[in-house]
Design a protein. Sequence first.
Length: 222
Amino acid sequence: MASVIILVLIVIVSYVIVTAGSIAYELTGLDRETARFQALSAFTGAGFTTRVSQRVVGHPLRRRITSTLIILGYGGTASVIASLVTSVNVDSWWDTMINLGILVLAGALTWVLLRTFGSILLSDVIRRILLPRLTGDRVPHEELLLYKVGYGITRIEVPPDSRVIGKSLRELDLRALNVQLLAVEEDDDVHPIPDPDWRFRAGHHLIVYGELRNVQVAFGPE
């Protein structure tokens, strides 16, 4: 039973680490799918594709994130092996098979539960912790397209302390900041070019074009 508990804890910690690594990559400008792939690849030691690895190796902060994930991944692998060795170190072949079955089932069930119920809440918590430490920004964002130096299209999440919460688009002077709202993502719905009476809520995802440094000013805290 002790081995089962240890493996479940290892699965939980591994999931948290990979999720944190994925979000950390996102905060450096990688798109979400690429960030997830890179975090999982680094943690498991699976390696990278050549094109994507250049985007990671050529970026100092991404290199540090990758190094951390690799080191933690080796530790996780060693812990899993130790748990498996403990599980099979029993007198009966039948007991060994039962222990291994329980370990695999418990690990898989824990992973599914984390993916199903813990993903959104965990991601929000980790993002809020990492954001000021990695970027100094207060608004979570993902760069979608860089147009020229300092300008581009980005996808942001309205934080709980944003100055825009409860306000309508009409009340905000976004043009003065060289920022244009292109679309609002609300749950599974997308509202392109929202009308001037649209009101913002925490957690809304916005597609914004303009001067990227002013996005933090426009949608950050008061």
